[in-house]
Design a protein around this ligand. Sequence first.
Ligand code: G6P
Length: 360
Amino acid sequence: TDIEKGTYPHFMLKEIDEQPPVIRRIIQEYQDDHDNIKLDPEVRQAMRDTDRVYIIAAGTSYHAGLVGKQFMEKLANVPVEVHIASEFSYNMPLLSEKPLFVFISQSGETADSRSVLVRIKELGHPALTITNVPGSTLSREANYTLHLHAGPEIAVASTKAYTAQIAVLAILAVDTAKAKGLDLDFDPLQELGIVASVMESLTDQKDEFEMLAKELFAETRNAFFIGRGMDYYVVQEAALKLKEISYIQAEGFAGGELKHGTIALIEDGTPVIAINTQANVNLSIRGNVQEVAARGAKTCVVSLEGLEKDTDSFVVPQVHELLTPLVSVVPMQLLAYYAALHRDCDVDKPRNLAKSVTVE
Ligand code: G6P
């Protein structure tokens, strides 16, 4: 590959650091001369015309889709279903009258997603692909494409593509809201500028996360991530990052579901990492942390500025409440990176995994 790591020991670390400039590039690419959102008018029309969006994706892109659903429903009043591509292809749900399919794929080559695209085209439904590779199969075969502008992503564990996907989904949701004449007090381009600066402050504090990763993951064979609301989606991505590169068995759970099963797994020293960025669930997620701490868990709370307590492990500077996944995921990426590094794993090329899975 022509892409070089430069001074970085791994592509993953380089790509984590590239997130602020990627967000800034997205702002530029999706901004017109009057600081308004610039978007393909056909995509705008498709979003206006649909009565329900079906997001189809796999892996990390699926996790970005879960966040995207919140944007589209909360900001633009568009109902959204998010589906794992490999499930959708043989277990198709009942479709609405005017569905719009949105494929989210870093590579644009994931075979499971492609097989859904082929099916829904046969049925005559429109498709939009959100991808990092505009000439890719999913991009060519869909009616419309939105580009992530994240630059090549080499590490198997996806980082900058995830945050780029979420940023583009936020812009798309706000654009749709405006196109529908909804009154919104939220300028995504401006808010994303703040996100980029906060991301930078996080990637500047790598030592903190390296230490935290040692404390939490040096010896464990499993780890749990918990969150509620928006944070629930990010903990699923956090668990995926950790398991794919460090081989620690990790799961992300909704805080409220702990008592319905997972809490049985908590032993003395089991790491439980909580993300706490949403004011409306601050108290309830803290309650969950206490429940697991009382059973011996080694707890780590990453909270958003304004919700923090002295005992928290890390406080992330404030960003708009809807955009918190873009910043809360960065500590999780770094924790996974250092966990893998200190366990001598092959960070960029984990065993059994491929960057892009082109078989069903
Ligand atoms: C593979 C990669 C994951 C990625 C998933 C979906 O499993 O290892 O990192 O999230 O494919 O890839 P896509 O290119 O469709 O986003």
